[in-house]
Design a protein around this ligand. Structure first.
Ligand SMILES: Nc1nc2c(c(=O)[nH]1)N[C@H]1C(S)=C(S)[C@@H](COP(=O)(O)O)O[C@H]1N2
Ligand SMILES: [Mo]
Length: 316
């Protein structure tokens, strides 16, 4: 439903880039038509998104297909299967949507998503994403630096961490309805303030040139490319500035397996599996080798200094 391509051409014959360019041409020719025709519930953001290309992109690697990016997901509010978010996330109403910013800031407030997007400079950032489970993707996100929002609200000197919260709406999120929840809802995440200020950390509002599909965290989610995927909290409703390290969903659930920092690190194994290699989603076939996982997911040059002097085995 989210994939629109000339109907006669099998998906396998179209590269992600071609699909993307076709979609952009389609948008330019008949703005809004494709979205209106898709039958999706009201999207928070008007299409098409206007954005610039970012030099901070990792552009040498092949993009993961739009099909895989939108049909192989982790979003436990909609179920634990990789295909569950694509099947169930349409029930989340992403419009209207506000993000509350509070805590230790001079200018707290509620930001309507449309205003936030209108007043931000959107960029396309092609990032590698490494999931803690051992697979990876390359995704063309559209978003803006988290630092831009942080500067606007003027954190106080006592603010040392940023805490994020996903929406809690059991009627709209089937995974939140269970009597035996997999996670303690709402999903929460956090960053140290200096990590949050790093230019690579973004708030994403789109991918492949369009507003985020619900299963990828519409209307706004975090992307921190040097950390395991679970740090990238989806469908954010609240951002709080705090003094103490906030609790995070996965470290609360299994503290020995998932730490607060969650920097991608091939030298620190998960207690139940190695983190030395990864499977790139879409690289099929019998003889495809797993790729070596890189320290900080390949972004070490840019971010390693954030952790100088820290024992990364202890602060995993
Ligand atoms: N609210 C929320 N955010 C979440 C998750 C989740 O279950 N709930 N899963 C995380 C995990 S484990 C991963 S790997 C990424 C997956 O993002 P994607 O489906 O857009 O690739 O989202 C992260 N953000
Ligand atoms: Mo993940």
């Amino acid at each position: 439903m989210l994939i629109r391509r000339p109907i006669d051409i099998p998906a396998s014959e179209i590269t992600p880039r071609e699909v993307y360019l076709n979609r952009r041409q389609l948008m330019a020719g008949a703005a809004g038509f494709a979205l209106a025709a898709s039958g999706l519930p009201g999207k928070a953001l008007a299409a098409p998104l206007t954005f610039e290309k970012s030099p901070l992109s990792a552009t040498d690697e092949k993009l993961t297909s739009l099909e895989d990016v939108t049909h192989y997901n982790n979003y436990y509010e909609f179920g634990v299967d990789k295909t569950a978010p694509a099947a169930h996330a349409h029930t989340l109403k992403t419009s209207p949507w506000t993000v509350k910013v509070d805590g230790l800031v001079a200018k707290p407030g509620e930001f309507a998503i449309d205003d936030l997007v209108k007043t931000s400079t959107l960029e396309e950032r092609i990032y590698r994403m490494r999931c803690v489970e051992g697979w990876s993707m390359v995704i063309p996100w559209i978003g803006f630096p988290l630092a831009d929002l942080i500067k606007r609200v003027e954190p106080q000197g006592s603010a040392k961490y940023v805490a994020f919260e996903t929406v809690y709406r059991p009627p709209e999120m089937v995974g939140q309805q269970s009597a035996f929840p997999v996670l303690d809802w709402p999903y929460v995440e956090g960053l140290r303030l200096d990590e949050a200020m790093h230019p690579l950390a973004i708030l994403a509002v789109g991918l492949y040139g369009e507003a985020l599909p619900n299963q990828n965290g519409a209307p706004i989610r975090l992307v921190v490319p040097w950390k395991y995927g679970f740090k990238g909290i989806k469908s954010i409703t609240r951002i709080s500035f705090v003094e103490k390290q906030p609790e995070t969903s996965w470290s609360r659930q299994a503290p020995d397996e998932y730490g607060f920092y969650a920097n991608v690190n091939p030298n620190v194994d998960h207690p139940r599996w190695s983190q030395k290699t990864e499977r790139r989603i879409g690289e099929g076939g019998l003889f495809v080798k797993r790729r070596p996982t890189l320290p900080f997911n390949g972004y070490a040059d840019q971010v390693a200094q954030l952790y100088s002097g820290m024992d990364l085995r202890k602060f995993y």
